[in-house]
Design a protein around this ligand. Sequence first.
Ligand code: ZN
Length: 255
Amino acid sequence: MDFNYLNDKDLLYFSKHILLPNIGIEGQQKLSSSEVTVFGLGGIGNLITTYIASAGVKKINIVDFDTVEDSNLQRQINFTNSDIGFHKTDVIDKYLQSRFPNLSVNKFSNKILSTDEVDSITADSDIVLDGTDNFEVRKIINKSCNSNNKKLIIGAVEGYSGQLLTVMSNKSTCYECIYEDLTDNNSCSESGVLAPLVGMISSMMAMECINILTGNNPSYENKLVLVDGLNISINIIKTKKKQNCLICSQPYEKI
Ligand SMILES: [Zn+2]
């Protein structure tokens, strides 16, 4: 981590964070010195990149192979009609640079097919945020993060259901422990999505990310948070590491 000291402008810009007892100047400096990788620039990726950048993170890697389509605009709120057909990475990069001129954005527009690619992209990242809509890709990201001792926050929305969990590598329940049997055939990319629920899950992921980066404890470790957008309720299920999990039962070893 390259330590970034705050200048006078930063102190004013981030004053409402600095006033928070669990952030303060020290926490804000940690945020400004952090690197975060965001996989997936759908509804979750749109919002979470904005929140993380506005919170002061200065280095963000964005990963998505897709282009903007008409059906994205309902919930992927940084995209407009004029972005249709363009790569999501290019559009989000342009958007973030226009709002946060001191932000360093690295774009990756290839489809993620292997842990090697994830290893390389996230090599210097303090936290990995997964907002993808594909189970196989989520498993690849989970595997890479557990092999490389990276903290991972996973969020998803399908229909009226939002889900969230945090994986503190090799310590807590991982994605594979919970979703071992899911395959690409279960992809949620073709399902309906309640747009504001995406905002809620994104905000919860951003809060978790900011809390962890500023040295506070994770809230969703060993928990599966289920948000019901129809009845507007939150259910938290305690989870346990699977003893024979293919990914996290072998600590700190490349699989
Ligand atoms: Zn596991």
